[in-house]
Design a protein around this ligand. Sequence first.
Ligand code: FCB
Length: 460
Amino acid sequence: MTMKFSEEFVWGTATSSFQIEGAYQEDHRSESIWDRFCTQKGTIADGSDGSTACDHYHLWPQDIALMRSIGVRSYRFSVAWPRILPAGTGKPNEAGLAFYERLVDELLEADIQPMVTLYHWDLPQSLQDRGGWPHRDTAKAFVEYAHIVSRRLGDRVGYWVTHNEPWCIATLGHLTGDHAPGIKSAPEMLATAHHVLLSHGWAVPVIRSETSNTKVGIVVNLTPTYPASPSDYDAEAARSLDGRFNRWYLDPLYKGKYPEDIVREYQTQGDLPPTGLAFVKEGDMKAISIKTDFLGINYYFRAIVRSEKIPDEKNLPREIPVPSPENCTDMGWEVYPDGLRKILMRVHHDYAPPAIYITENGCAYAAGPDSNDHIKDTQRIQYIESHIRSVHKAITEGAPVMGYYLWSLMDNFEWAFGYTKRFGMVWVDFTTQRRILKASAQRYTEIIRENAIGDDSNIS
Ligand code: FCB
């Protein structure tokens, strides 16, 4: 049995500016919050930074050639705001715009459709110094930035993404402090989430005014939640996590309101200021829930949720075992392909976006070159195949999934993990900048060429 995809299905791959570009001080690029964060002790696992990364700023023609040889039809990349507006706002930097213009033109020349993400976490430090995302003015600055980029590239770019993963921006950047700018404050997390969503809502019509025939959307990272047992305690904990992780973003975008159960929880825990959701101003929710052309979903793993409130934990039956280390990637993330089908069906039923793209899905495994420069990343091949099957099942069940972007084109700077986690289908030697296709890239080529994948019974 073969699982066939529609002729229009988009096979792509994804990267982001800070993770691959390097050239951090070139052509008037200014400092971003990630450059600053990397200088702080203990923030990055291997003490590294993004100053060189994959040197894509210089090697981009070679990277496009790689994509062409793999056969991808679309490339999702992000624009570095500090290259476009070194001061955050004000005067655009021609060299920065010209870089992305060349990239887009060459992609089109190679018959690869660009999907442009405007914000994949590298805020200009100058805007952070003025308050960053917890501050409403940053949302206004984003619209100005979105306008400049879409005016320049709008005639050529078919897909626009405002933001990548608002949950990560808000939670990892402003609550846990694991990501730049390293803030640890619940009220600032909530204000950030709101201003990121608001800036999305404000930017959509602006991007549309500068583009024709293009599709505009936002990318969220979603995690399907599974209660660890049938107990009410675990069901309750799963509801809460789902609310904080998924509904806090999807409800405003598709229903124009924050989920009431979670608002109450934040209030009870004192995570909201006494004034409550005071950062929500008249008209904000209407702006945020503006209709978009697609939803981008990034999927990596599910969450098995256990309540912390269970009085005598040991005596309660646990239905779902903790994932074994053998079933986890190098990130410690469980490999659970059916979670992707589940979250797709849930989004389809509860929010009904007109189109969905899997804008990221992939895995970290260390597999590197043998003495013949062959890279047999069998685990990645299995991961990709099983998740693509899961996408196909969701399509069969009615979810409007229009494309799949593998994370990532090449090994790169994996945020707080530095260069210690390799997500690429292309190996990168970070000393020489040599690139080598892994076996997974060759497998991806076949899947794209056949526009199909064998079902589970075909796995050897
Ligand atoms: C996602 C990010 C992406 C990459 C992958 C592994 O959350 O969007 O940049 O780091 O995780």
